[in-house]
Design a protein around this ligand. Structure first.
Ligand code: NDP
Length: 323
């Protein structure tokens, strides 16, 4: 494993981390979840990502249960939660968003579900246009001063929104956001590479990026259709299928077919190639992997070995496949 600093903070996260979205509390059972966390840990993963909304809190319960069961040392791993969407069906206005109340309540609920005394990383899962940004910054700062959160950050905030939060924190001597959690993969690059560019140096921002395989699309598993046991076949996720396969004009599948043919020519796994491509960006602190089975996770964790093998000419060909 390789370890990278979270922006300019002193926190060294594993370059490959592991997240619970779709799978924990939903697609897979507890024993597979346990095997996945154990395999990740055995391979040097030290950051496990979660959110209040994942399976309406059940993903955090399963993760807390499994980490407790595995007796992982609390000083050896990081765990996160995210606040915004709520953890119940049809949340009322107090049960969602980034008000001081919901940030406070959601943090305490996540601590219980994850069975920890503090969250290492706590994210605002989306911006909340109904709450002044200063209220949210103050709420996060309070949790940090209380020792309940160590680092706070944002997820899918615009560059301007993050800049406003940093400016408010600095002006009021409060803890500023340390990280963003954006989508980043070969099909989705602009925000991380362009919009956030000034924030890496100016605000010391780190990034923990999600969907490095675009929900599995970049493995090539959807090149010839959607198999029944895959994420895009999940009945409650029709919206995701549309988002991942994209607009016909974008021809995402055509690009992925070119990419997987190139991977075959290079003799590399498309999944490893796509993950290693994310790791080439020095502003990526950690690539959060998702997996529904241990064999996928083991394949993906070997992306680090590929980084040393693939030369610049091949990376140019990879990017050209998506042009
Ligand atoms: P990926 O894009 O890597 O997709 C993971 C899925 O792809 C797996 O569950 C599996 O789905 C399939 N897959 C993975 N590896 C392979 C392989 N080697 N061969 C074949 N299929 C494979 O990541 P996620 O979208 O899961 O995102 C990772 C994490 O990021 C999440 O768990 C979550 O913690 C975080 N996240 C954060 C978001 C945010 O808004 N902040 C949003 C989304 C995710 P299957 O087997 O079911 O087909």
């Amino acid at each position: 494993m390789q370890y990278r600093r979270l922006g300019t903070s002193g926190l060294q996260l594993s370059a490959l981390s592991f997240g619970a979205w779709v799978t924990f509390g939903n697609q897979i059972g507890r024993s597979e979840a346990r095997n996945l966390i154990a395999a990740a840990w055995d391979n040097g993963v030290n950051f496990f990502d979660n959110a209040e909304v994942y399976a309406q809190g059940r993903a955090e319960e399963v993760m807390g249960d499994v980490i407790g069961d595995l007796r992982l040392p609390r000083d050896g791993y990081c765990v996160s939660s995210k606040v915004f969407f709520g953890a119940v069906d049809a949340p009322n206005p107090l049960q969602r968003g980034l008000s001081r109340k919901h940030v406070h309540d959601a943090c305490h609920a996540a601590l219980k579900r994850l069975r920890v005394d503090y969250l290492d990383l706590y994210y605002c899962h989306r911006p909340d246009l109904d709450t002044p940004v200063g209220e949210t910054v103050q709420a996060m700062d309070t949790l940090i001063r209380q020792g309940k959160v160590l680092y706070w950050g944002t997820s899918e905030w615009s560059g301007a929104q993050i800049t406003e939060a940093v400016a408010f924190a600095r002006a009021n001597h409060l803890h500023a956001p340390s990280m963003e959690q954006p989508q980043y993969n070969l099909l989705h690059r602009t925000r991380v590479e362009q919009e956030y560019a000034p924030l890496y140096a100016d605000a010391g921002l780190g990034t923990t990026i999600w969907s490095p395989l675009a929900s599995g699309l970049l493995t090539g598993k959807y090149n010839d259709g959607i198999s029944a046991d895959s994420r895009l076949a999940t009945s409650s996720l029709e919206w995701l299928q549309a988002a991942v396969l994209g607009d016909p004009a974008e021809d995402r599948l055509g690009k992925v077919r070119r990419f997987t043919a190139l991977a075959a020519e290079l003799g590399e796994s498309p999944a490893q190639l796509a993950i290693a491509w994310c790791l080439r960006n020095p502003n990526v602190s950690s690539v959060i992997l998702g997996a529904s089975r241990v064999s996928q996770l083991q394949e993906n964790l070997r992306a680090l070995e590929l980084l040393a093998r693939v030369d610049e000419a091949a990376w140019k060909q990879v990017e050209a496949a998506f042009a």
